[in-house]
Design a protein around this ligand. Sequence first.
Ligand SMILES: [Zn+2]
Length: 384
Amino acid sequence: MKKVCLHGVKVVDVHAHPYEGGEREDPASFLRKLSLSVIPDMFTNVDGLNKHEPYPGSNMWVQILLRKMAKYLECQEDLTSIVEARNEKAKDFSAYTQELFKDVNLQGLIMDFGYPTPPLERKKYEEMSGTRVWEIRRIEQVMTDLRSKRLQYEGFIEAYRNELQQSLSREEVVGLKTIIAYRSGLEVAEVNQTEAAQQYEQFLDDDRAVAKAFRDYCFHIAMEECTKADKFMHIHTGIGDGEVVLPKASPSFLLDTLRQEKYKDTKVHLVHGGYPWVEEAAFIVSILPNVYLDISLQNPFTGHGVERIISQVLELAPFDKVMYGSDAFTVPEMNWMGIKLFVQCFERVLNDWVEKDYMSHEKATYIGEMVLYRNFEKAYGVTL
Ligand SMILES: [Zn+2]
């Protein structure tokens, strides 16, 4: 049987964050950069381990990354050797990043400049990485910036809407993003002006306050503006860093909002595909024509789980609704590993389908290309 091979196919990473890099890492600092942990001291002691003992706190994704890096850097598989070898290469951080991106044919990224703070510049990241970068504007950042002006409620709402319109009018901005799942959760209610106005005070006191009615209103304004501009609304769904309101992070909470008549033309991008509620997300994109999902964060951070997830998402999600993503946020090895792992896992899934005679080898390959870049091109109206 002819094997499906996605090696060398163009890739667009539809969800990632910028970083500057360039500093020398030590084994513990490198492990910390690879982790979603919000507890900075989780990785401190990497000494005195037995030869085959995993690093304390490390999981499968770290294990697979270290193994792939050792192979790529042609060094021993222990963390000290790997970090030493990558530090040597990363002396010219831009060259190292470009080398890694070239190795996996990463051609473009949609980036959320809302993390890290203060925000980095798109142009700088583009130059450093030699890759095209499209931007999404995080609404919570707009809200927080405006908060410092201490405006009256009406003034705030007007300035907020204007700022969103301004951002959306920029060519390189492909949409807005909300992390409401980190604040009041995805169970967004209908607009309640009175309550929203009342809760604005809570937000003025603390920009991370729940202030649900106020946040829900800001969410609806963003949806309206994306609809008008015909650009994407990115919604964080599922797990994230340790701050997420996990009991209210399932994409199923969004269904009532998304199926409203007024949003039937709104383009929505479910960031992180709702992991661990991936089947719910797959169902939602299968019933709503303008809603898409990406497989970022769960890829690569679930390690071997990526293979199961791709298979599971595609149980229900239409082939043209799923896009590749990584959520890489600190070092280029994350972007690189995201593609390495995803491609390997996807090939296994596709080859299994060909073997079972569900489809031809050619169709399986085409589906692979769709998820890696074609769906992005079509949905975002971009030609690479
Ligand atoms: Zn992210």
